[in-house]
Ligand binder design. Structure first.
Ligand code: SF4
Length: 360
């Protein structure tokens, strides 16, 4: 695969991607688990898109599928014009060099028996230069890049001697040592202490600014997504339910699920700590037993009876570019319009009625 970037082409194009796993139910029976269903998403060169959702929403599986690490059941992932599902041999090796991942858990993703220098050199041994001195210099440069300095002191240490934040920096150095073009960061700060989280996010933002790195940032935290990503895609039960520029999505959420996620974000102002917040109850559905229609309908305070539990809402684009999959915003029919507001008073009032009864 070529390292030349066509500036007019997206780096990554996800087209109607579905990932279905089959889990064993009994000796002779398996059942399908629809982890990702019909997701389409485009990432431009240097862009960061955050994928936000609860556990089980399919966001990690989506990230893994874009790295050729999860089986694609339907649809395609196009990386710089090439369908990654068709890659094998040297082409697949080349893709693996250019597309890297930072895992969630810096405690289990690093072997406790290897020194930091060996851990960072490991990807180079597979994909990089064979010259040992060149490998060593690249390891030192990668450690300096992630602010583990002086690098010469860190190469000899074992992971257990490092803090959680330092371990995650080693994970980032492992990903960056191959100078990737595309990086998936899967909940990179969720398992480290609060004081290191901001530092790691600043570091990732710095690395992004240094080059033309394209990022898929997977998180359950809308607040960090707001500050770190250019756009946010909200996933629920394997589908994208809302997609918009980060500030627009957080300041003007449209989908009831996004509103519920935002309502659950802790209130930073102590003066507002006693304010009642409308948090939606219930659990996400079982991916092996999804309800018909909108998967959020059983929890949705605005569900439209007779519609939402029957039809899956398509992802449509509103006039301001915001994309949303919800029957409150149908494209140009009698229930509403595409201006970004649920146009029908009957729908709005029905939603309000149900919302108040749900919260009561
Ligand atoms: Fe789903 Fe209907 Fe609620 Fe929209 S209003 S989120 S379509 S249940």
């Amino acid at each position: 695969m070529s390292r030349e970037h066509d500036q007019t082409e997206p780096v990554l194009r996800i087209e109607e991607l579905s990932v279905t796993f089959f889990v064993r139910q009994s000796l002779f029976r398996t059942r399908p688990v629809h982890a990702v269903s019909g997701v389409s998403l485009v990432l431009s060169l240097g862009e960061t898109v955050a994928v936000v959702g609860e556990s089980g929403s399919g966001k990690t599986t989506l990230g893994r599928a874009t790295l050729h690490l999860a089986p694609i059941s339907a649809g395609r992932v196009i990386f710089e014009g090439t369908d990654i599902g068709e890659l094998e041999g040297k082409e697949l090796m080349s893709f693996r060099q250019r597309a890297q991942v930072i895992f969630q858990d810096p405690f289990s993703s690093l072997s406790p028996y290897m020194r930091v220098g060996e851990l960072v050199a490991e990807p180079l041994a597979i994909h990089g230069p064979k010259d040992r001195e060149e490998q060593h210099q690249r390891v030192l440069a990668a450690l300096e890049q992630v602010k583990l300095s002086p690098a010469e002191e860190f190469v000899e240490q074992y992971p257990h001697t490092l803090s959680g934040g330092q371990r995650q920096r080693v994970s980032i150095a492992r990903a960056m040592v191959l100078d990737p073009d595309y990086l998936v960061a899967d909940e990179p700060v969720s398992m480290i202490d609060a004081s290191s989280r901001a530092e790691i996010l600043y570091l990732l933002a710095e690395l992004r600014a240094q080059g033309e790195l394209t990022f898929l940032y997977i998180t359950h935290d809308l607040a960090s997504a707001r500050h770190f990503a250019d756009r946010i895609a909200v996933m629920y039960a394997g589908r994208i339910v809302e997609l918009a520029p980060s500030a627009q999505l957080v300041d003007e959420p449209r989908h009831p699920y996004t509103k519920a996620l935002l309502a659950a974000v802790p209130e930073p102002d102590p003066a507002n700590r006693l304010h009642e917040r409308p948090v939606v109850g219930g659990e996400p559905p079982d991916a092996a037993d999804l309800p018909a229609g909108c998967a959020f309908a059983p929890r949705c305070p605005a569900a439209i009876s007779g519609v939402c539990e029957v039809q899956v809402p398509p992802l449509i684009q509103l006039d301001d570019g915001h994309e949303v999959a919800c029957h409150l915003y149908p494209a140009g029919d009698s229930i509403g319009d595409s201006t970004g507001e649920p146009a029908s008073e009957s729908v709005s009032s029905a939603a309000a009625t149900k919302g108040s009864s749900a919260s009561g």
